[in-house]
Design a protein around this ligand. Structure first.
Ligand code: ZN
Length: 157
């Protein structure tokens, strides 16, 4: 078994054309996040945890944010490609747990859909939870949205 941990934070965008997408699910009516990709912090944290558990470095190493071909790339694609890398390294995903840190919007109504979407792509149950920082710090001032993830990988026989 290998354990991996990931963390990601994206700034809230003042560009009204940016869409907020977290854990592959679009959240209507909320400001989007700044990023070279779709800025899905939850999926990025999951990808980093997967890569870390397989000792494959981090998301930025495989998908550089100065690569023009990746501009606007969906995090679904990043996750799919990350899973291919992890499987090529000889691992399957046993367990994954994500915590999204966001003061706003309230994410509780979206948790089941987020878990369902990620579970479909990963092929094992992905738990998605959310918390706030009780108004403290940059995330508490709604300047950004963060996420952490842990995963367990198992060597494929
Ligand atoms: Zn990110």
């Amino acid at each position: 078994m290998r354990i991996g941990h990931g963390i990601d934070v994206h700034r809230v965008s003042d560009d009204p054309s940016r869409v907020l997408r977290l854990a592959l699910v679009e959240i209507p009516g909320a400001p989007g996040l700044v990023g070279h990709s779709d800025a899905d912090a939850a999926t990025h944290a999951l990808c980093d945890a997967l890569l870390g558990a397989a000792n494959l470095g981090d998301l930025g190493r495989h998908f550089p944010d100065d690569d023009p071909s990746l501009a606007g790339v969906s995090s679904r694609r990043l996750l799919e490609e990350t899973l291919l890398l992890v499987r090529s390294a000889g691992f399957g995903v046993t367990s994954a747990d994500i915590t999204i840190i966001a003061e706003q919007p309230k994410l509780a109504p979206y948790m089941p859909a987020m878990s369902q979407e990620l579970t479909l792509v990963v092929g094992t149950t992905v738990s998605v939870k959310a918390t706030t920082t009780e108004g403290l710090g940059a995330l508490g001032r709604v300047e950004g949205v963060g996420a952490t993830a842990v995963v367990l990988l198992e060597e494929i026989q």
